[in-house]
Each structure stands twice: as structure tokens, then as C-alpha cells.
Design a binder for this molecule. Structure first.
Ligand code: DGY
Length: 323
């Protein structure tokens, strides 16, 4: 029997590409250039499986008609808001993701952003690189202390919990969170955290607000102008979740006007586009979507995709099936 034809839309860790090439009739994206909409449509028509990443937009229009050949999308990532899940489901296409293996690394990046923005690490780094550092002085790049401050987490899933643990047990912070469903207080306490009833309660209490909820329609622009106005004066925003959770234009205004003190961002509304007004600000630390970017994690993510599509083509239930 011939091997299933699969398309890997970007370069993946070499060991994962080798595993895929061994088990499947795999087409790799040697040039590592993002595919456009017509190439993705063509892929859905020609391959048994497409293995996309967050940089591949798969809206409903790409799934239209009877000619779609793909039976499974093995997404390289835990977030899948770049895929129109309802459209895939209506075509009977299985979608899988890679939960669990990127929890710690993404929580680490949120911590990096929190400390960098509080302690003005980005500004200092830029100054040294520019050869503009004039030497130590008591008033130079003075930031804000982290220990003893309150962090507010929006979304208490795996990554929210790992971040809470770091903040409370590692950095002596008070941790409050908002979560759509009720979390057992004993479970929350294991992460040094306590649940508050509303997003507004968290925003009003926190010196640092960190987003850990999924992207997509349900949380689109959860952080908007009205909510920035309810944050504590002098508070910071951290976003390692998805760009669309934040109304970026409202964030830029809040930063420019001093409604909030700063932001640490790893994700953006229209990646890889980062608005010039945002890039012009000093009170932001901007990373290029690095949450899961460690050798260990990217390999583990890839191996999860291998497991998912292997199970699917062997007639078994994929372990990380979304629909
Ligand atoms: C994820 O896994 O969701 C990362 O953000 C990369 O897509």
C-alpha cells in the first residue's frame, strides 16, 4: 500500500522531518517560505494530510467544494485559531494540536517579558548596543520591583498555571486569576493563586496582567480600550497568548497616553506585521513569537504531530484530536 502523501508547510527540526519522511510520502518546504492562500488551497486538494503552523491561515474558503483530499490537519502548535475549525469539521477533516509539551517554555517567555519590562531590560540592551551607555548612576533606567507585586492572569489553563507557579514560588508575587470556569481553590493554591470572579476584578488588582487564554472569536479583543482604562495606573500587560486577544490599536493608545505603564509582547494581531507606532515606543519589549522556541520543545511538538498522524492513518484515535 502506498504511503499517505503529506505536506509539511515549514521547516521542522531535522529529527522530526526524518521521522516524517520515513513514515510518509512527505513533501518538505525546503525554502521555509510561508505558503500563500492559493498554495494552501492546492495543498488541501492534493495531500492526504497537511501539517500547518500558526503562520498558515486556513479560513473557511479554503475548504470549499468537493475536491478537498486532506483527511487530517496535524497542527504544529497548541493554538489553532488560524484554522477555521468548523469548516474543517464540516468536511470531516480531523484537526490535531500539540498540547502539554510547550507549557514550561511559554511560561518562561512570559516571565522573561515580565521581568524585562519591569526592569527596563529592553531599553538597557538597546542603549548598550548603541554605544550610548554613559556609566552607572543612581537614577539610570530605574524600573519597578517585581517581588511582592500582584500579577493577574487571564486564563488558568496549563500555561497560566505554570506562569502562576513561577510568579508566586519563584518571585514572591501575589497571584490572582480569571478563568471562565470555576477552579477548585485547593487546585489554585497549589500554584500559589486565587481566583477572582471577573476580568475587571483581576485588572483592578494587578500590577502585571498576563494573558493565557486561547485566541479566536471568543476572546477577540478581550483587552480593549475600556479594559485598559480599568487597569491599575502604572500596570503592565504581558501577552504570550494570541495577538487577537488584544485590540492592538487600543493598546498603542493606552501605552502612548500612559494609561498603562508598559507591555511585553510575544504575539501580534497580524504577524509578522508589528505596527510602527508600537515599535517606536520605549515602554514595550517586543519578541517575535518565541514562546515555544527551544530545541527540546520544538522537537517534542513535531513528535506529537508524528504520533497524531501516525495514529490517524493506522485507524486509531489521534491522541491530541481537536475535532
Ligand atoms: C502554539 O503552539 O500555539 C504556539 O504559539 C505556536 O503556534
Amino acid at each position: 500500500m502506498s504511503k499517505p502523501r503529506i505536506l509539511v508547510t515549514r521547516r521542522w527540526p531535522a529529527s522530526v522531518e526524518a521521522a516524517l519522511s520515513q513514515a510518509f510520502d512527505a513533501t518538505l518546504n525546503e525554502g521555509d517560505v510561508a505558503l500563500d492562500a492559493s498554495q494552501l488551497r492546492e495543498a488541501l486538494l492534493s495531500y492526504d494530510a497537511v501539517l500547518p503552523t500558526v503562520s498558515d491561515r486556513l479560513p473557511a474558503a479554503l475548504f470549499e467544494g468537493d475536491a478537498v483530499r486532506s483527511k487530517i490537519l496535524g497542527n504544529f502548535g497548541v493554538g489553532f485559531n488560524h484554522i477555521d475549525i468548523a469548516a474543517a469539521k464540516s468536511k470531516g477533516i480531523v484537526v490535531t494540536n500539540t498540547p502539554g509539551v510547550l507549557t514550561d517554555c511559554t511560561a518562561d517567555i512570559a516571565m522573561l517579558l515580565l521581568i524585562s519590562i519591569a526592569r527596563r531590560g529592553g531599553e538597557g540592551e538597546r542603549e548598550v548596543r548603541a554605544g550610548a551607555w554613559a556609566g552607572w548612576r543612581p537614577t539610570h533606567l530605574v524600573g519597578t520591583k517585581v517581588t511582592g507585586k500582584t500579577v493577574g492572569i487571564i486564563g488558568f489553563g496549563r500555561i497560566g498555571k505554570a506562569f502562576a507557579q513561577r510568579c508566586h514560588f519563584g518571585f514572591g508575587m501575589d497571584v490572582v486569576f480569571y478563568n471562565r470556569s470555576l477552579v477548585d481553590p485547593a487546585e489554585a493554591a497549589r500554584y500559589g493563586a486565587r481566583q477572582l470572579p471577573t476580568v475587571e476584578d483581576v485588572l483592578g488588582a494587578a500590577d502585571f496582567v498576563s494573558l493565557h487564554c486561547p485566541g479566536g472569536a471568543e476572546n477577540r479583543h478581550l483587552m480593549n480600550a475600556a479594559r485598559f482604562a480599568t487597569m491599575k495606573p502604572g500596570a503592565f500587560l504581558i501577552n504570550t497568548a494570541r495577538g487577537d486577544v488584544v485590540d492592538e490599536a487600543a493598546l498603542i493608545s493606552a501605552l502612548e497616553q500612559g494609561t498603562i505603564r508598559g507591555a511585553g509582547l510575544d504575539v501580534y494581531e497580524a504577524e509578522p506585521h508589528v505596527p510602527e507606532r508600537l515599535r517606536a515606543l520605549d515602554n514595550v519589549v517586543l519578541l517575535p513569537h518565541l514562546g515555544s522556541a527551544t530545541e527540546e520543545t520544538r522537537t517534542a511538538m513535531g513528535m506529537k504531530v508524528v504520533d497524531n498522524i501516525t495514529a490517524f492513518f493506522a485507524g486509531r484515535e489521534p491522541p491530541d484530536r481537536v475535532v
